[in-house]
Design a protein around this ligand. Structure first.
Ligand code: LER
Ligand code: MN
Length: 269
C-alpha cells in the first residue's frame, strides 16, 4: 500500500482537501513528506491543463491514483440520479471528460457525490445505473476504472454502505467498477469496518483515509492498525489517500498522516 493526499485548485469549495493551491508547490510538499501520490479533485477537466499536470507528475516523481469528480455535483449540480434527463446527460458528458483526463494521466475516476442525494428508488437506481454503464464502457476503452464511493447519510442518499455499493454493482454489471472505501464515512455507517473490508475484498479499488473527526489519521479514535491489517489480508495493494481537513494546518496534517500510517505499513512488510 502507498500513501497519497487529495488536493485541488484554490477555488475548490469541498473542505476535506488538505492542500489547495498551485499544483507545482503542492506536489513538491507531498513529495517532501515521502508520499507516493496526489489525488486531484477537478471540477471540469476544461479548467486544467493535462499536459502540464503530467509534466509535474513526472518531475516530482508522483502517481495520480485517482481523480475526484464530486465538485461537478457540489458546484455545478450535475448528477446521475437527477429526474431531469438533460442533467443526467450533462453529468455523463462531464464524467466522460474526466475519463479522458484520467487516461492522459494514467489515473482512474471517483464516482461519489455525482450519484446525487436522491433516495434509492427503483426508478432512480435505473437512471443512475444507465449513466454508470455508459461511463464505465467509455472508461474501459481508455483503461480507466470507476471507483464508486459509499458516502455517509448526511451527504448523500444513494449509496451509503459498501453493501449498497456492491448491490448497485449487480445492477450496473461492469467489471471496471470498484469500491472506494473512505474510513471517515465507514466510521459513521459500517457496523464493523474490518468485516466490511473482508467482505468487499478484491472489489476494493481505492481507499480514502481520515480519522473520526476528518482530521489526519492519528488525530481521532479510528483504529488504523486494524484497518491496514484487514486491507493487507485481502491483498489490497493500492493507495491510502488522505482526504482530510487541513487541520491544524495543511503541512501538519500531511506530516501527521504520514507519521501515523507509515510505521504501520512497515510492520505489515
Ligand atoms: C468524497 O470523496 C467524499 O468523501 C465526500 O465526503 C464528499 O463530500
Ligand atoms: Mn472520500
Amino acid at each position: 500500500m502507498k500513501l497519497s493526499a487529495a488536493v485541488s485548485t484554490p477555488d475548490a469549495k469541498f473542505s476535506a482537501l488538505a492542500l489547495k493551491g498551485d499544483f507545482d508547490e503542492i506536489f513538491a510538499l507531498v513529495k517532501r513528506h515521502g508520499l507516493h501520490g496526489a489525488e486531484i479533485h477537478v471540477r471540469d477537466p476544461r479548467d486544467v491543463d493535462a499536459g502540464q499536470i503530467n509534466e509535474l507528475k513526472h518531475r516530482h516523481g508522483l502517481e495520480i491514483p485517482a481523480i475526484g469528480t464530486g465538485r461537478a455535483f457540489g458546484e455545478d449540480g450535475l448528477c446521475f440520479s437527477d429526474p431531469d434527463p438533460a442533467v443526467r446527460r450533462a453529468a455523463v458528458a462531464r464524467i466522460k471528460s474526466h475519463a479522458d483526463l484520467a487516461h492522459a494521466l494514467g489515473s482512474h475516476i471517483i464516482i461519489g457525490l455525482i450519484l446525487g442525494k436522491n433516495p434509492r428508488t427503483p426508478e432512480i437506481e435505473k437512471n443512475a445505473a444507465d449513466c454508470m454503464r455508459e461511463c464505465a464502457d467509455y472508461a474501459a476503452d481508455r483503461g480507466v476504472d470507476l471507483f464508486v464511493e459509499p458516502i455517509n447519510r448526511y451527504e448523500t442518499g444513494f449509496i451509503i454502505t459498501a453493501h449498497d455499493c456492491l448491490s448497485f454493482f449487480e445492477t450496473v454489471d461492469r467489471p471496471n467498477c470498484k469500491v472506494l472505501l473512505d474510513t471517515f464515512h465507514m466510521n459513521i455507517e459500517e457496523a464493523d469496518i474490518c468485516a466490511t473490508i473482508r467482505m468487499a475484498g478484491a472489489r476494493i479499488g481505492h481507499v480514502h483515509v481520515a480519522d473520526s473527526n476528518r482530521w489526519h489519521p492519528g488525530a481521532g479514535h479510528i483504529d488504523f492498525e486494524q484497518i491496514l491489517a484487514a486491507l493487507h489480508e485481502v491483498n489490497y495493494a493500492g493507495f491510502l489517500s488522505a482526504e482530510m481537513f487541513p487541520n491544524p494546518d495543511p503541512e501538519t496534517a500531511i506530516a501527521g498522516m504520514a507519521a501515523h500510517l507509515r510505521p504501520m505499513l512497515e510492520r505489515l512488510r
